[in-house]
Design a binder for this molecule. Structure first.
Ligand code: AMP
Ligand code: MG
Length: 475
């Protein structure tokens, strides 16, 4: 438990202590008029934090980083990254802070803020965040969690009372989020590019001990670390694809070592099935389109492998041979995870062979695309026996495999945070009305339970909305 009876929160400093070279001591900026907009009570409970205390002025002080336990050591984390394929040697937490680690049954969970003011990594940025994008991250990350997809969690969003200058003046906010860690591919790139082999080893040891302790026992622990991240990311990306999720900015600084989804910027769920789907206003080439995500993940993992080379073998050629063999595991792992997920979505038992499930699934996608069928609701309708004529021949074969349609209702969501609903909730919230946000949050955090009266939450966007929807990042 992180909270003592006197309600003192204990924040560890493992990251700051073990890898001080990439941890810059820093403070959050004062919030002139902090107002709690949303608090995740069930997550607070999981973390051993008292929800009613978090709502008090002291609790809100913790959630914006201005009233920390005396021994806390908040830090801005350094990292580099490839952004849209281009190398940026120094990114880091420009507007974020790691407050420290909460101990949850012996394992550390990062408590981290976004929008807490400029840090030495801010470059030209103002260090701030607006209410809309922070509530968006809260909503989408909690939806992902409810869908069983590994992700950072959202603990709270607090309005700061500060004005943030974007295209217009907006109200500022701070998001408090929780993660297994905030280590990224870019963290390793940052240290590797500096040529600090000893620091790189400490960073890798830190990652192994937090996320993949079994790797420490392997013949080559750092190769085992790479293998573990490859396996975790292959599973994660398969889950994104199965859910129709488009991350939008899969830069190497936005890919975790833990295998959790991180940094919800211009992300969205796809309505009509189309591999070319892009929502981000800045992704004009479609680098991070829905259908490219597995290939981009493999590209990012190759950057991680490059960063780890020096630890894997003193002989560089041997190191390259070893990481190449590891990276070659990605497509097989991804495809196995995707096929296993499709098996569940289609309600098929283990008696149907993998190859057959894979083929049936791929044929389904080929039919969905020209029909512009809504991806999420297709599987619920299929389970309910509602099959449109273009899918009839395919469905006849599927029925012949003896699907369990009740099991399908437990894995195919009715409710996802559809773009038009998210926009509606955020517009109301930024105008001061949190009710639509709270209602949408309740719906998407119980995604499999169909509720009477909530029909519009299960439906795709009206025609005039869907096609031209764009999201904006960096706000
Ligand atoms: P993101 O696109 O949010 O993953 O951020 C990419 C990089 O830009 C990170 O290094 C962020 O810390 C930094 N950044 C984004 N927005 C701001 C901002 N308003 N002020 C300072 N840094 C920012
Ligand atoms: Mg980021």
């Amino acid at each position: 438990m992180s909270i003592a009876p006197d309600r003192t929160v204990v924040l560890g400093h493992r990251f700051a202590t073990e890898v001080p070279e990439i941890a810059l001591r820093w403070q959050a900026e004062a919030a002139p008029d902090p107002r709690l907009l949303v608090l995740n009570e069930s997550l607070a409970l999981e973390l051993g934090l008292d929800a009613s205390w978090l709502r008090s002025p002291d609790g809100i002080g913790l959630l914006v980083g201005t009233a920390l336990p005396a021994d806390a050591e908040p830090v801005a984390q350094g990292y580099a990254g490839h952004q849209f394929g281009g190398w940026v040697p120094r990114l880091g937490d420009g507007r974020a802070l790691l407050l420290g680690e909460l101990d949850v049954d012996g394992s550390p969970r990062d408590l981290h803020l976004k929008g807490s003011g400029r840090t030495p990594f801010a470059r030209g940025g103002d260090g701030l965040a607006a209410i809309g994008p922070m509530l968006r991250e809260y909503l989408v990350s909690e939806a992902m969690h409810a869908l069983g997809i590994p992700t950072t969690r959202s603990l709270s969003v607090v309005g700061t009372g500060r004005t943030v200058q974007r295209e217009t003046e907006l109200d500022g906010a701070v998001l408090a989020r929780v993660a297994a860690s905030h280590l990224r591919v870019g963290s390793f790139q940052y240290v590797a590019a500096a040529g600090e082999l000893e620091v790189l080893r400490r960073l890798a040891d830190h990652a192994i001990s937090r996320h993949y302790p079994a790797a420490a026992e392997a013949d080559n622990p750092y190769l085992a670390l790479l293998d573990s991240v490859i396996a975790a990311q292959a599973g994660l990306i398969a889950q994104w694809m199965l859910a129709g999720f488009v991350h939008g900015v899969m830069n190497t600084d936005n890919m975790t070592i833990s295998g959790e989804t991180i940094d919800y910027g211009p992300c969205a769920f796809m309505d009509a099935f189309d591999p070319k789907t892009v929502f981000s206003s800045i992704d004009s080439w479609g680098r991070y389109a829905y259908g490219n995500q597995p290939a981009i993940a493999a590209w990012n993992l190759t950057r991680l492998a490059e960063a780890l080379l020096g630890l894997i073998d003193d002989d560089q050629e041997r190191a390259i041979e070893l990481v190449t063999a590891s990276l070659q595991q990605f497509p097989g792992r991804y495809s196995a995870a995707w096929t296993a997920g499709m098996r569940r979505k289609l309600g098929l038992s283990d008696e149907v062979g993998d190859a057959e499930v894979q083929q049936l699934s791929e044929e389904l996608l080929e039919l969905l695309e020209p029909e512009q069928a809504d991806y999420t609701s297709f599987f619920r309708r299929l389970a309910a026996g509602a099959v449109e004529p273009p899918f009839e021949a395919w469905a006849t074969r599927w029925r012949g495999m003896g699907p369990d349609v009740e099991a399908m209702q437990r894995v195919n969501p009715v409710y996802i945070p559809r773009n038009h609903l998210v926009e509606e909730a955020l517009s109301a919230a930024t105008a001061g009305d949190m009710e639509p946000f709270e209602r949408l949050l309740r719906v998407i955090t119980s995604p499999y339970d169909e509720r009477p009266g909530f029909e519009r939450y299960a439906e795709p966007a009206p025609d005039d909305f869907g096609r031209c929807f764009q999201t904006f990042c960096g706000t």
